[in-house]
Design a binder for this molecule. Structure first.
Ligand code: CP3
Length: 347
């Protein structure tokens, strides 16, 4: 079992396979509306996208949860949809709706414009550089992107949906064009992650939030293959940088996802049973997987949730996290209690 030494980036160490107990901790979506200081900065920025493209303010909101809770990792503040935005697709965020884009049709896929891609994303790279200079030395800095399938669901349907019916139909009807879209997203996303690493990110996470709605063959073709392509291209430039894959809802297919795509660590959602989580951990680092609703509820539900994870996964390489993003109705004091309990190592 690892020994705790300060000044070490523990999340990075664990991602590389080391066991550290108590495990390092951070939360998906840790910068967000549950924090009053985030809401104040967001107001100052104007729109959500203005905030994403403003390095000073994006850096500020990234640091807010680090200051408040001392998390072991910091995740760049941005959004997965800046990638299609940088390819010339329109994007806005509507209050109470979420992201809204003009749905793409099959004839448009060949005409995605990659020319101004990195120029458009320059403020993001600037944010990463600024963060590395301002973060404590021991805080791991994570870059991220959306997986091709998850990003494509918003590009094709034009907005979020609980089952991605529109995009599944599109993929089955227009197999070849859809594969072309996923390949193009894989290539630009690999370059986007590479630039984040060159600007100062220690590791990266690929959010495949909608992986769980596909049948086995479609999962293989639309999740596994494009992420494999993305990881291969990223590793040509950065062979030693850990990659966390988060195919939310992948169920029985988590293990195959890691084997085939080559991601270093697996982000698990809370529906993964502990027996399976332990088997996955025997093959490499896992991250997760507290139900965010336990964090909203607090009290005993929270305490038992944290204990169970520490007990069942604490003896192997674990990055403590939620099983999905923190929600706006989460009480700040419950986050404090969670971090305290994880750090106490009581199980
Ligand atoms: O984790 C962090 O703190 C970093 C920032 C981050 C955001 N989005 C900020 C954000 C990250 C890593 C994301 C990823 C993201 N964005 C995903 C994958 C992760 C997941 O949650 O499944 C997805 C699917 C998106 C697309 C997206 N962005 C949706 C569906 C929404 C609306 C839902 C919502 O929570 O409002 C967003 C908006 C968004 N992205 C917000 C934040 C803080 C809230 C917008 C606001 O502040 O008004």
């Amino acid at each position: 079992m690892g020994v705790l030494v300060t000044e070490e980036r523990l999340v990075l160490e664990v991602l590389k396979g080391r066991t550290v107990f108590p495990p390092p901790v951070w939360m998906m979506r840790q910068a967000g509306r549950y924090l009053p200081e985030y809401r104040a900065t967001r107001e100052r920025a104007g729109s959500f996208l203005d905030l994403c493209y403003n390095p000073e303010l994006a850096c500020e909101v990234t640091l807010q949860p680090i200051r408040r809770f001392g998390f072991d990792a910091s995740i760049l503040f941005s959004d997965i949809l800046v990638v299609p935005h940088a390819l010339g697709r329109d994007l806005r965020f509507e209050e109470g709706v979420g992201p809204v884009m003009t749905p793409m049709d099959a004839s448009e896929i060949g005409s995605l414009d990659t020319d101004g891609f990195h120029e458009h994303l320059k403020p993001v790279y600037e944010t990463v550089g600024m963060l590395r200079r301002k973060l404590p030395a021991e805080t791991t800095l994570l870059g991220f992107c959306g997986a091709p399938w998850t990003v494509a669901t918003y590009m094709i349907a034009g907005r979020g949906s609980p089952d991605q019916a529109v995009t599944r139909q599109f993929g089955f009807r227009h197999g070849e064009v859809f594969a072309e879209l996923l390949n193009r997203l894989a290539d630009v996303s690999a370059d986007y992650l590479s630039r984040q690493v060159e600007a100062g990110a220690d590791a990266v996470q690929i959010f495949d939030s909608w992986a769980g709605v596909l049948d086995e063959a479609a999962f293989e073709r639309w999740c596994v293959e494009p992420v494999m392509r993305l990881v291969r291209r990223f590793r040509e430039r950065h062979p030693d940088v850990p990659v966390i894959g988060f195919p939310r809802g992948a169920g029985m297919l988590f293990g195959r996802y890691r084997q085939k795509t080559g991601v270093t660590a697996l982000g698990l959602d809370w529906s993964v049973p502990y027996s399976q989580a332990r088997e996955l951990q025997a093959e490499g680092t896992v991250q997760g997987n507290l139900d965010p609703m336990r964090l909203v509820a607090g009290g005993r539900a929270l305490k038992e949730g944290v204990e169970t994870i520490l007990r069942t996964l604490g003896d192997g390489p674990l990055v403590f996290n939620l099983g999905h993003g923190v929600t706006p109705d989460t009480p700040v004091e419950n986050v404090e209690a969670m971090v305290r309990q994880v750090r106490s190592g009581n199980r």
